[in-house]
Design a binder for this molecule. Sequence first.
Ligand SMILES: Nc1nc2c(ncn2[C@@H]2O[C@H](COP(=O)(O)OP(=O)(O)OP(=O)(O)O)[C@@H](O)[C@H]2O)c(=O)[nH]1
Ligand SMILES: [Mg+2]
Length: 322
Amino acid sequence: MGFFNKLFGKKEKESLDQGLQKTKEGFMTRITKAIAGKGTVDEEVLDNLEEALVGADVGIETTVKIIERIEKRVAKDKYMNSSELNGMLQEEIEQILVDAPQSNTYAFDSPLPSKPYIILVVGVNGVGKTTTIGKLAYNFKKAGKQVLLGAADTFRAAAVDQLTIWSERTGVPIVKQPMGSDPAAVAFDTAQSAVSRGSEVVLIDTAGRLHNKAHLMDELSKIKRVIQKFIPDAPHEVLLVLDGSTGQNALEQARQFTAATDVTALAITKLDGTAKGGVVLAIADQFKIPVKFIGVGEQMEDLLVFDKHEFVDSLFNPAKPA
Ligand SMILES: Nc1nc2c(ncn2[C@@H]2O[C@H](COP(=O)(O)OP(=O)(O)OP(=O)(O)O)[C@@H](O)[C@H]2O)c(=O)[nH]1
Ligand SMILES: [Mg+2]
C-alpha cells in the first residue's frame, strides 16, 4: 500500500506517529526485551513474546492468534535473528488485521450512500463522543459536505453547550432543545431539519450516563425508532466511541455495547498520551465491526481514519524523516 495514499498523507502519518508514541515505546520495549539476543525461536522466546503482547494490551485472544501464526512459521526455520523475528511479527499482526472482515477505507469526501446520512454516536460517559462529533463535523465540512449536528444528549447540563461550542468552532448548524427535553424528540427534529435543509451528513450526540445501562439502551432504541418514523433506513451508521486509554476496559465496553445495540462502526479515542494503544489491535481483530476512526488529541484536526497498514507501520517503525 502506498505511503501517501488518499486517506493517509504525510500530515496524517506524522500525527499517527506522534499519537502512538507512548504505545509504541511500551510495545517495542516489551517486544525487544522478549526477543533480544535470541538466535532461535524456542518455547522461551514465544512465552516471552506472549507475555509482552498481553502486557501491551493486545488482549489474550488476539495474542494467542499472533503466537500461533508465528509458531507455524517458525516450525520450518527456528533460526532467525531478532530483527527477522521482529519483521515477522509485524507481518503477522498486520495480516491478522487485514484478515478481519472489515473495510478500512473511509474518505470524508467520498459520496455517501444516502442523503441525509445519519450517524448516531453512542458510548459510555466521558469516552469522547461529543469531541469525536466535533472532529467529524470539521472533517466532513472541510471535504465540502453539508453537515448538521443534533444535540440529543439532554441529560447533562453542559452537554448541549459543549456541542454548541463545536457547532460554532466548525461553523456547522445545530438542532437543540433545553436540557431535560426528550432526546428522541431532538433526534426527530434533527432528522426533519436535515431533510428540509438538504444536509448530507447528520451527527447525533447521545448521553453516555443515564440512570442505568438498561435505561441507556432503551433510550438509544427509542431514538432509533423515532428517527425511523421519518427516515426508515436511518440511522445509517451507529458509531460506538471507545476510550483507548482504558485498555482492556474498552474491549469490555465494545463487547457489552455490541451485544445490546446494533453498532456499525467503532471509533477509538485518546490514543495520545496512553501506552495502551495495543488494544486497538485487539478490538480490530475481535469484532466484526470495523474500527473506522482513531482519536489522537483534543483538537479538531486530531481524528484519523483508521488505516491498518499505517497503524502497524507506526507501531513498529521509527518515524520517517520529513
Ligand atoms: N487526549 C485526548 N483527549 C480526548 C480525545 N477525545 C476526547 N478527549 C477528551 O476527553 C474528554 C471527554 O470528551 P467528551 O467528548 O466530552 O466525551 P463524551 O463521551 O461526550 O462525554 P459525556 O458527554 O460526558 O458522555 C474531553 O476532555 C475531551 O477533550 C482524544 O482523542 N485525545
Ligand atoms: Mg458528550
